[in-house]
Design a protein around this ligand. Structure first.
Ligand code: F6R
Length: 609
């Protein structure tokens, strides 16, 4: 969840690390720090709070020199404070460490190290590392880091510098993401490629238990037994400015507006015409294997879980395979039965979510084949999957997931349609109509983005209320849940996503004039029932925002305010419906003056269970 950056080369490390940390701030933002080697000494600046405070501290008292390392923190052990922020130093003050992950056996290591005379200043798990490196340092930094790591249990990506080895930066990983960026006469490390993309498009993606010894002129990769590793250079496929705000006030806003283009990119080469079969290269499944499927299990967290809920619906409906969906954090607790020929579909924007990775491993250990639906290329989940279908969304920086969600749903719909084609479980005309609808989705998305002001006008009416319900049924129950999640996580308005059919079994008790309801009532099988639910709420004086198809003359009279969406087949509708709900959440949060890209207590990539 934390972000790390490091630099070695002729330039000042502090400026490069700070710029990289800004691109990583979505990973955590409760404290930050930088250390660099300057005139044979470690120079360190640390602050509690956001990176802007670190920037001020560096302006007031600049840090010169290189190599250097930087960190933006999302607290796990020890509250956010200057003392607990990284880099952490060794007792002799010569070694500095930044860390992303959790060291599980830090308690016992800490006791041992204290008994050996090492002095701890913080409450963090990380601090054992600089002391361990000091303990093992005999003039070779890589060897000291290697020996220290052998003592550790848990997850980590470390960047380590030492004032007595000023020509080297050492990095190592186990279960936490790490890349080494390759420059000319300079090199970089970072938690993800986006952090260093403006500096270089060439990286080594580091694997578990791999150690990188980095100088200005080279990178040596080894395993923990110091056996050399040959790694192909990965060329980052997006432009240098893809992770910048590009004129938008917030990354979330930029990413919402990127959806139409990203949908085109996601469809490209996969679905070109309603009369052509769907091609999904990354799936790595033969027609025989698709025909033989007995069960599909979707698993994911948060927004990606909502995409999985849509996935279950379309998979059963079209491909006629029994399908389940599990929250990744819950999957392990219920020990699911995995039949022969079970396919696990693992959904994740980052590809690094710890709960999702653990669920993947569990399902794989039970014999499931794993296909993941991912955004970030070459992530941990990608590397452990049998097949990967990338959603092609480009970098998503805003903590609240937007374009990743719609593209996850689009990608899963492509998979379900492909399965239905191969298994011959749906009428040709049905498949053709759905393909036509998917091809129309990017255009509809653009139409919805062009109507942003209409959604903003609705947000202006309701943004001061404290409670809300989002109701849907069938394939749009996940749309309601996702709409509620977006609103609560960035505006802090209490929002519940609920099945409209469940209202009368409890939640209707909440309805009163100061709770607004967003009711999704687009054309389809559940439309009439949704109208009935809206009337029940109106009868109890609850204000209702309807989400309905353009040209629906009935529903406008039932609701207080309307959000109109272009018509599409019900199975495809969750993709477009998500867009105005994202905009509603965005504008409500903005009107309330909240930190949209950095909502409180949240981090973009949750690499702890
Ligand atoms: C909500 C949100 C989170 C993520 C969840 C999974 O807006 O972004 O709920 O969807 O943490 O993250 P990934 O998709 O990276 O596995």
């Amino acid at each position: 969840m934390c972000g790390i950056v490091g630099y070695i080369g002729p330039r000042s490390a502090a400026a490069i690390c700070l710029a990289g940390l800004k691109r990583l701030e979505y990973r955590g933002y409760d404290s930050a720090g930088i250390a660099a080697i300057s005139d044979g000494q470690l120079d360190v600046r640390k602050v509690a709070g956001k990176l802007a405070s670190l920037e001020e501290a560096l302006q007031a008292e600049p840090v010169a020199g290189a190599p250097g390392i930087g960190h933006t923190r999302w607290a796990t052990h020890g509250k956010p404070s200057v003392t607990n922020s990284h880099p952490h130093l060794s007792t002799n003050g010569r070694i500095a460490v930044v860390h992303n992950g959790i060291i599980e056996n830090y308690g016992e290591l800490r006791e041992q190290l204290i008994a050996e005379g090492f002095k701890f200043l913080s409450q963090t798990d990380t601090e054992v590392m600089p002391h361990l490196v000091e303990k093992y340092y005999e003039g070779d930094l890589r060897e000291a880091v290697r020996r220290a790591v052998l003592d550790l249990q848990g997850a980590f990506a470390f960047g380590v510098i030492c004032a007595d080895s000023p020509d080297e930066l050492v990095a190592v990983r186990r279960f936490s993401p790490l890349v080494v960026g390759l420059g000319e006469g300079e090199n970089f490390i970072a938690s993800d490629m986006g952090a260093i993309r403006p500096e270089t498009d060439r990286v080594y993606v580091i694997d578990d238990d791999e150690l990188a010894s980095i100088t200005r002129d080279g990178v040596e990769l080894t395993d923990l037994a110091l056996k050399p590793i040959e790694r192909e250079v990965f060329v980052i496929p997006w432009p240098a400015d893809a992770a910048e705000k590009g004129g938008h006030r917030h990354f979330m806003h930029k990413e919402i507006h990127e959806q139409a283009d990203a949908m085109h990119a996601c469809l490209a080469g996969r679905l070109s015409s309603p009369d052509q079969p769907i091609v999904l290269e990354g799936l790595q499944m033969t027609d025989q294997e698709i025909k033989g499927l007995r069960k599909v299990v979707f698993t994911a967290c948060g927004t990606a879980f909502h995409a999985g809920l849509v996935g279950r619906f379309v998979m059963e409906n079209l491909a006629r395979v029994p399908a389940e969906v599990d929250l990744a954090a819950e999957l392990r607790t219920r020990d699911p039965v995995v039949l022969d020929n079970t396919l696990a579909v693992v959904i994740s924007q980052s590809g690094e979510t710890a709960d999702t990775l653990v669920a993947l491993r569990d399902l794989k250990a039970k014999g499931a084949r794993v296909v993941s639906v991912l955004n970030v290329v070459d992530s941990s989940i990608a590397r452990e999957s049998d097949g990967v279908v990338y959603i092609q969304a480009g970098p998503e920086i805003g903590v609240a997931s937007t374009k990743a969600y719609t593209l996850q749903v689009l990608t899963i719909e492509l998979i379900a349609l492909h399965f239905a084609e191969v298994r011959q479980t749906a009428e040709h005309a049905t498949l053709r109509a759905l393909k036509e609808a998917l091809l129309a989705v990017p255009g509809q998305a653009q139409t919805l983005l062009d109507r942003e002001d209409d959604v903003k006008a609705v947000a202006e009416v309701y943004y001061q209320m404290s409670n809300s319900l989002f109701l849907g049924r069938g394939v749009n129950l996940p749309s309601a849940m996702e709409g509620a999640l977006k609103l609560k996580e960035i505006s802090y308005i209490h929002a519940e996503g609920y099945s409209a059919g469940e209202m009368k079994h409890g939640p209707i008790a909440l309805v009163q004039p100061d709770l607004f309801t967003v009711a999704i009532a687009v054309a389809g099988e559940v439309y009439e029932k949704m109208i009935g639910n809206i009337q029940e709420i109106k009868a109890r004086s609850g204000p209702v925002i309807g989400v309905a198809n353009d040209g629906d003359n009935v529903i406008g009279d039932e609701c207080d305010h309307m959000i109109w969406v272009p018509p599409s087949p019900e199975l495809v509708s969750p993709i477009t419906i998500a867009i105005p709900l994202q905009l509603l959440a965005y504008h409500m949060a903005d009107l309330r003056g909240e930190h949209i890209d950095q909502p409180r207590n949240l981090a973009k990539t949750v690499t702890v269970e």
